[in-house]
Design a protein around this ligand. Sequence first.
Ligand SMILES: O=C(O)c1ccccc1N[C@@H]1O[C@H](COP(=O)(O)O)[C@@H](O)[C@H]1O
Length: 207
Amino acid sequence: MALVKIKVCGITNVEDAMAAIDMGADLLGFNFYRESPRYLDAADALDIINKIPTFVDTAGVFVNPSMEELREIVELGFLNWVQLHGDEDPDFCDSLRYMNCRTIKAIRVKSQEDIKRAKDYYTDAVLFDAYHPNYYGGTGETFDWRLIDDLNRRVFLAGGLDPDNAEDAVSVGVYGIDVCSGIESSPGKKDLNEMKRFFDNIRHLVN
Ligand SMILES: O=C(O)c1ccccc1N[C@@H]1O[C@H](COP(=O)(O)O)[C@@H](O)[C@H]1O
């Protein structure tokens, strides 16, 4: 697949990882936020990553991690990207610059002001997700994608993507789209039929 990167997030097992790769995923996301129903520890993530082809990128999702926690996992060397999905400020994100990993700052969008905040982050990419008052992510909620106004940097579009809105998401023209709960049968387990439908519905746009 080309032009738009497809990130399948919340991977917790080899079967889902392999299916996502076979269908055309460019990045797989592993969630290291302990309160997530998609949480897995570094050893479990490494176990999955050791069983999949090396040509797919891997991202670790963190929420307000300490620098020590981040460093411990990044130094294991199996992550290509760190996705900061909490309230991390620009200075914290800047201090990751010397880690051997690309960075994605997730911003939860309530209004245009949140989109504007992206310019404060000199990360390799930003990810826009829907705002929810009680959860940091993985909510299945969408936001108004028309608010996205700067496509001159790497932007991932996330939040409530599913097989039925995937085509519209690609049409926004972002660098990458991120799907998680919208192709699950239960939190942490992908529904492979829905995953197939997701990829089938965008194949004509991205090939
Ligand atoms: O999945 C979670 O539980 C989660 C928890 C805390 C931060 C981020 C989380 N998930 C990420 O949120 C976006 C959007 O998810 P969805 O498509 O709305 O389900 C995605 O990057 C998830 O990996």
